[in-house]
Write a protein that binds this ligand. Sequence first.
Ligand SMILES: NC(=O)c1ccc[n+]([C@@H]2O[C@H](COP(=O)([O-])OP(=O)(O)OC[C@H]3O[C@@H](n4cnc5c(N)ncnc54)[C@H](O)[C@@H]3O)[C@@H](O)[C@H]2O)c1
Length: 416
Amino acid sequence: MAHEITGGKRIAWAGREMPVVHKLAKRFSVARPFEGKRITCCLHLTTETANLAVALQSGGAQVALCASNPLSTQDDVVAWLNTQEGIEAHGVRGDTREDYYARIDRALSFRPHLVIDDGADLVTRVHTLFPEMADGIVAGLEETTTGVIRLRAMAEDNELPFPMIAVNDADTKHLFDNRYGTGQSTLDGILRATNILLSGKTFVVAGYGWCGRGIAMRAQGMGAKVVVTEIDAVKALEAHADGFQVAPMKEVIRQADIVVTVTGCKDVVTVEMLQEAKEGVLLANSGHFDCEIAVAHLQEVAGEGVPVRNEVKAYTLPNGPTIHLISEGRLVNLAAAEGHPASVMDLSFATQALTSVWAIQNAGSLRPNGKNSVVEVPDSVVDEVATLKLEASGISIDTLTPEQVAYLTGWEEGTS
Ligand SMILES: NC(=O)c1ccc[n+]([C@@H]2O[C@H](COP(=O)([O-])OP(=O)(O)OC[C@H]3O[C@@H](n4cnc5c(N)ncnc54)[C@H](O)[C@@H]3O)[C@@H](O)[C@H]2O)c1
């Protein structure tokens, strides 16, 4: 079957689980909130992203897409997107670093009015290489935790080229996507890559943030003995209270069968730690960048590695164990599986779509002090996305009576 036909079928399959994005697409096709606007999206080029692109295009936007990771691109999705009027997509799975950035530049040469980024590579590219483009961009939206951290650092240094909206921080994003999406799809990636039994294995999760707690919860559910590593005292206590063993990485790596990093930090697993690891240990990363496991140093010490399965390479350390690294230490859920299930991306991308409308409509007020900063998604967007998802799921909830509203907003009533 031709590439674009398989892509189209898979996109339609994902679309069945994205009722909110579809509802918004219908609404947009009447209201045309993006008429005459160009939107560049640097996102994982997956079936779910294709559904978002179609929704934006239905609202009158011209859309250019490029990948936010060289290993997450689904080539059949790119082929299908390139058959659609008003949409162009740039990305090939396994792109080199140079090609990866060249495609971002290509999608930027479209001269967007609005950008959607995932990890802040596109925004930093505008800032460092194409500063003249910034004036034409009313705002950007950021999809992930690592991107928001980078953008806040840029804002702190007065280096942000335009206002950025922290979509990751919206409750309809990180509470579901990072926790349930990453939780399930990270295990999916590890299992597709290795076909191992999780039951009875010692499974180390580095980082007990939104993603880490999702992974820990799902690994425990499949019978693994989960150990958490942390650097934050409160998060470590939460992991302990949730019933997980907590220990430093350099200690726990001796007993680990599987280690997954999901911290947004670098050098969480180093070669020195790996010298002490158990023979055959499996390593995977689900954090945004491929620096959480010190892969470059591992390759310096142990060579290029030997492919042992499609997504697994074996590295033997001199006088040390053999390490099995999945998907080169890149986002395992996207590189070795298909990323988050569509139902969770429905929430993330509905939040992106409605925030895009809000950003276009409020372009004039996004720089209150004349300075570019990282802006929160408005509550109205979060409420609407959650309400639409409940409706689509056939779930009703209670509403407050006027007396309850008065009670909740007053101070007079106390102990009776
Ligand atoms: N795989 C995916 O599809 C996916 C989805 C969403 C987010 N992400 C990425 O996953 C990473 C984590 O995101 P999050 O939303 O869970 O962030 P978070 O801020 O909620 O959690 C990160 C946790 O890691 C801890 N941490 C930091 N450095 C550490 C270290 N050296 N050792 C142990 N723990 C450490 C922090 O204290 C924090 O609790 C980010 O890079 C984010 O962009 C990936």
